[in-house]
Every structure is written in C-alpha cells, then in structure tokens.
Design a protein around this ligand. Structure first.
Ligand code: 9YT
Length: 135
C-alpha cells in the first residue's frame, strides 16, 4: 500500500508552471497506471493546453473558473463538484476567476518533472520494457 501526505515533501513532487503549481502525489514509478496531482491554478490566470500524449481528468474541489474547448468554442463553468475529462486530447483554455484547486489524473502517468511545451503538451512517456521512465 502507498500512503502519501500532501504536506510531506519527501515524496510529493512540486512542479510550477507560469499559472499553476502541481503537487504530484502519485507518479509513473508508483505503478498505478495513472498519476494523481493536487493542482493550484492561480487566480485571474489563463492557461492554454493540449495534452496530445495524455488523457487527463480534472475534478474541481475549490474555486471558480471556466474551460473553453478551442475546437468548437464551447465554454463550461468550473466550480466545486465539476469534473472534466479530456478524452479526445481536446485543445482547451482554462480560466481561473478565483484560485482553483483541482485534483488531476494523467494516463499514461507523468514521470515527475513535466511542464508544458510551447504546444501546450507534456512530452510523451518513454516506455522501456513496459515501464515508464523519467526524462
Ligand atoms: C488543469 C491543468 O491541467 N493544469 C496544469 C497542471 C496539470 N494539471 C498538472 O501537471 O498537475
């Protein structure tokens, strides 16, 4: 069994982007088949993303914002209790009206240090003999 505490820096990897702070609780090396993050999105920010190599689901536990699907212009309100799943590698922009706290999963799991490239994606996982390897 794996037990992690968000407040224990020994195991929780914190990675920052320009508009977000991601506390990565479970990663590829944990062998769960997904990674699990507790992510803070800064109030007033806008983040354009396109996870070409991953499927992400995002569950809001606090804050208010909106997500726009860039392929069709649809806008969805984000508030506690709302989940969105990027099941089609959807291009999107996330706007945080207030600080958002989001629980995120990635499949395949992140290996640890990923941040967005200029295309809004994280790099693909490197698979060696069935195991994702950090880059
Ligand atoms: C909602 C979202 O995708 N934010 C970017 C950070 C990402 N969730 C992460 O790495 O935790």
């Amino acid at each position: 069994m794996i037990v992690r505490d968000l407040h224990d820096p020994t195991y929780v990897r914190t990675v920052c982007g320009p508009t977000w702070t991601s506390r990565r609780l479970l990663l590829a090396h944990d062998g769960m088949g997904f990674s699990l993050h507790d992510t803070i999105i800064h109030a007033g920010s806008e983040t354009r993303m396109h996870y070409k190599h991953h499927l992400e689901s995002v569950y809001c536990i606090s804050g208010e914002g909106e997500i726009e699907e860039l392929d069709n212009g649809r806008v969805h309100q984000i508030r506690p209790g709302v989940v969105y799943a990027l099941d089609r590698h959807d291009r999107h922009v996330l706007r945080a009206h207030s600080e958002l706290r989001l629980v995120c999963t990635f499949n395949p799991p992140l290996t640890g240090h990923e941040t967005h490239g200029p295309d809004g994606a994280y790099p693909p996982a490197v698979v060696v003999a069935g195991t994702e390897v950090g880059r």
